[in-house]
Design a protein around this ligand. Structure first.
Ligand code: NAD
Length: 496
């Protein structure tokens, strides 16, 4: 695959690679230089409807949901093996599409392969349970069954990783599905659809529809033939999906945004906390739902910590994701760059102090792409928008705090509840603070660590339900109680 050629791709409905019904196409661009890298179908509601119909047929009349779990697991495991085989191609596609460094994309692909293997391993582990019933002449079974047809809508920041968090457990559980990747970054989702086909997933079980969220995505969340909608994306889109999904009371799994506090206490390992404070926010140019974009530093070390942070931020190397020297790539699109710029202006107007960044780079090599300098604000207060709202870019805000009690209250004072981290050497404090923080994931002396065995999801407005872990598989199941009476007798109650 040449980085310069324009790829032509299609979408996958009912086992066939097709154009949009309208025949319209759209261009996919490289955030590094704005160049066109692919042309893909511009799907609409009609295409999403066709995809849902195929998934519905495959669920209601196909073999997949009733296949012995070991057989489904073998297919899911094969997808993981194919991801490993095509790791480099997938990683290069992801870097072309998102601008993130190739090293980050390779890590993503290793995680993706692991996700399929993990859910393949879980697929045949839950045979249901026999429960106690009040009638000794009866048997009560509790079994899990596939939830049905799933709509799976994913974002642009971790295109294949987020899609795989949904695809692997849904397949393992015996569901059929329609994936709708972000219109900005569809390439690796298209590629994994090819791998599903190669691995032996039957026609209609996996469908991939492309197109804008407001059309193709909205159709999935509204459709009465979709039983579960799983969405990862922004909070406003999430609220729209909740409303749309209420029509047929769909099951919902929502992974929404975050504004994640990273708290450094005076007694922390200074150098370690500093190093990780940078990773927490500037990885993938801050476009991570769990980015530690909100740093809170205790007053005993605050000034020294922020000075050292600024010095390291000024040395971050921007560039092409394909250049091994690059530490940070561009943001995803011109619209997103404008949003980051708007937040920087808001922060300055609110009285936060700009320590570095706050502009596009002047390096002539970066002028065609959507680059923004890593940016540091200090003197931030809890009620500022830069502290409360998700910028989703390379911008960190710093607040000063005095006591443990105060920082816990401040950290929790947010509508979000995705993740939080803190740095301390005090074991009593570790116990207290990890309990007191109201977030779906709490990291102690680390940040931004996730793995497939551990559940992922948000408290409060950061979402509904959990992905990954055992619970990530259970989200794709319905629970059924089967009661059998072995020795029933007439009641002789009515008209006897
Ligand atoms: P987005 O909400 O704009 O779009 C996400 C997806 O939803 C895209 O595929 C889009 O096409 C689709 N969509 C848009 N409007 C829709 C509608 N009306 N109906 C149905 N689908 C629609 O989000 P984004 O900008 O792609 O991603 C960034 C956001 O995702 C951030 O807020 C980030 O925090 C969040 N995110 C959360 C997690 C998590 O695990 N909680 C992980 C990654 C990203």
């Amino acid at each position: 695959m040449s980085e310069k050629s324009v790829m032509e791709r299609r979408m996958y409905l009912d086992g066939k690679w097709v154009e949009a019904a309208s025949g319209e196409t759209t261009e996919v661009r490289n955030p590094f230089d704005g160049s066109v890298i692919a042309r893909v179908p511009h799907g609409d509601r009609e295409d999403a409807r066709a995809a849902v119909a195929a998934a519905r047929r495959a669920f209601d009349h196909g073999d997949w949901p009733g296949l012995p779990a070991v057989q489904r697991a073998a297919v899911v495991r094969r997808i993981g093996d194919l991801v490993e085989r095509d790791r480099e191609e997938l990683a290069r596609l992801e870097t072309l599409d998102t601008g993130k460094t190739l090293e980050e994309s390779r890590w993503d692909m290793d995680d993706v392969a692991g996700i399929f293997r993990y859910f393949a391993g879980l697929a045949d582990k839950d045979g249901g349970e026999v429960i106690e019933s009040p009638n000794p002449d009866s048997t009560s079974l509790v079994v899990r069954e596939p939830v049905g047809v799933c709509g799976q809508i994913s974002p642009w920041n971790y295109p294949l990783l987020q899609a795989s968090w949904k695809l692997a457990p849904a397949l393992a559980a015996g569901c059929t599905l329609v994936m709708k990747p972000s219109e900005i970054t569809p390439l690796t989702t298209i590629k994994i659809t090819e791998l599903c086909e190669e691995a032996g997933v039957p026609a209609g079980v996996v469908n991939t529809v492309l197109g804008p969220g407001s059309r193709a995505g909205a159709e999935l969340s509204e459709s009465p033939d979709v039983d579960l909608i799983s969405f990862t994306g922004g909070i406003d889109t999430g609220k729209r999906i909740i409303r749309a999904a209420s029509g047929n009371v769909k099951k919902m799994a929502l992974e929404l945004g975050g504004k994640n506090p990273n708290i450094v206490f005076d007694d922390a390992d200074f150098d370690l906390a500093l190093d990780h404070a940078l990773n927490a926010v500037f990885f993938h140019a801050g476009q991570i739902c769990s980015a530690g974009a909100r740093l809170l530093v205790q007053d005993g070390i605050h000034d020294r910590f922020v000075d050292a942070l600024e010095a390291r931020i000024r040395k971050i190397r921007l560039g092409s994701g394909f250049d091994p020297k690059t530490q940070m790539g561009p943001v995803i699109s011109p619209e997103h760059l404008a949003k980051v710029e708007e937040y920087v202006a808001i922060a300055a107007a609110e009285g936060a102090r700009l320590r570095c960044g706050g502009a596009r780079p002047d390096d002539p090599a970066l002028q065609e792409g959507w680059f923004y300098l890593p940016t540091l604000f200090d003197n931030c207060e809890n009620d500022m928008r830069i502290v409360q709202e998700e910028v989703f870019g390379p911008v960190i805000s710093v607040e000063r705090f005095h006591s443990e009690e105060e920082v816990v209250e401040r950290a929790n004072a947010t509508v979000y509840g995705l993740s939080a981290g803190f740095w301390t050497r005090d074991p009593d404090r570790i116990r207290r603070v990890s309990r007191a923080l109201r977030f779906g994931t709490v990291w102690v002396n680390d940040f931004n660590v996730y793995f497939v065995q551990a559940p992922w999801g948000g408290y409060k407005q950061s979402g509904l339900g959990r992905e990954l872990g055992r619970i990530g598989l259970e989200e794709y199941t319905e629970v059924k109680h089967v009661y059998q009476n072995h020795a029933n007798k007439p009641l002789n109650w009515f008209g006897a």
